[in-house]
Ligand binder design. Sequence first.
Ligand code: TK8
Length: 339
Amino acid sequence: GVILPGVLLLSACSGGTQNESAATSADGIQERTIKAGIGNSESHPQGQGMVKFKELLEEKSGGKMKVQNFFDATLGDDLKMTEALQGGLQEVTVPSTSPLVGMIKEFGIYDFPFVFNTEKEAYSVLDGAVGQKLLDKLPEHDLVGLGYWENGFRNLTNSKHPVNTAEDFKGLKIRTMQNEVHLEAFSKLGANPSPMAFSEVFTALESGTVDGQENPLATIKTQKYSEVQDYLSLTKHVYTPFVFLVSKKFWDSLSEEEQKIMSEAAQEAGEYQRALNQEENEKALKILEEEGMKINEVSPEEAEKMKEVIQPVTDEFAKKFGSDLVEEMMSEVEKVRGN
Ligand code: TK8
């Protein structure tokens, strides 16, 4: 095949590094094992995205860079795995951005309810200048971000009653992610939010510690929440992303060619994952109905009312996260909406 001059230059430059003895091939790809963990199950679109990432990376590296996938939070929840990456104990994880706000508060702009109406609007922000600005904050926390995958629009389930209006949230005990915007937004609606790691949710719903939770449909399906929740309200109250993270310690030990193929694999698997996620969300709705959940839509008027109730929370946090950044996000959304 054709070898680009840049690649030649790279392998020439890395000749004298500490990896010299191991760098047997001219293409600068070594034997590597990447431990990757996520919170969702293998059958979830996030899990299928990881399977795709593994295939792609192994293919692009001629079988040298191997991925060991761990699903269902067997390596820990989002926060624990992220810490393991920072410590160099794990190479890859794809957490929700929401619980990472303790580290990078600006990720909280993605937690503002009712900002995006469509996936396309979310992609334009995530894949554009705003999304990149936030990824650029990761290296100072010993992490490298290779782009955003899709968790998606979140919907509310509970065991008490249908939620059609802003008033219907009152008194419901809702599990939220460990994120102050979500906490305060649900409080504002009169619910009793309680932050909790993802792997604890099913048991908390089952035991009645909480009445409800909110997640995209594909997650509601794969986590079998229909076994412990009767009502599903299509609130679509917030779109939350996943972020593809690599341990910076590990990243810095890679050759530029290895970095390049890893970042391509994460990107291509991400495109696959987003498309699959949209498909699976659609299919999940029908399945959840068949499983006996009582499903209700939320009218645009009621969604608007919910948004109004939450607005003071959003305004307060916009100041904290940086009004310029929030305005940049909103004008990007407006641009896509205008087209
Ligand atoms: C999986 C989580 C999950 C998220 C949550 O690790 O915690 O509810 O939606 O997808 O990131």
